[in-house]
Design a protein around this ligand. Sequence first.
Ligand SMILES: [Fe+2]
Length: 211
Amino acid sequence: MKTRSAELSGFLKSLYGAIAARAQVDSDELRVTEKLMQALRLEQPSVSPNPVWLPVCALLDEAVECVTQAKVEQIPGQSVTVDSSVVDHAQALRNLAPQLRWWHRPDAAQHGKPFADGHANTTVIGKGGLEEHDDVWVGISLLAPGIQYPEHHHPPEEVYLVLSRGHWQQGGGDWYEPGIGGLVHNPPDILHAMRSGSTPLLATWCLWKAH
Ligand SMILES: [Fe+2]
């Protein structure tokens, strides 16, 4: 049994740090994240999936650079402060990225070639990831500029830590921009979608299934 790598530990620690730094007390975002981190305290055997790097992953450097720049350059109209915890998580994500198996949505082709080529997901915790748990999944989504990720839903509750510009939608409502460092909470089974603007969209997502 291998223990969690330094890169994975750094990714999870910085994820909690970035969410806890900005989630409101008593918020759904904090409740889900704390349940999830509690489950992850019980380490499961590490898995070594064969890493897969997709062409679109070349945009990760640009996406992480945008987070670093946002720390010093205020984004016009953005209410969320980009503090060092978000930068730390983006950098931890970049350090972990080469160990991961990046994949396209299985139905990607039916959403057209620009979407198929212009997106990548990876599972960090969960089947196909670096560690498997029954009730927790953690992953990353990346979109090239000008790409919309199709509306989807799933039974587990979800928290996204948003790491880029880009718009989000819930339950067929209005599109809005959480901003770099923004948090999005999706109740179980709500329809949700996201789309990038002129820069890549990057987000870490956390799913937690209540018992
Ligand atoms: Fe989702």
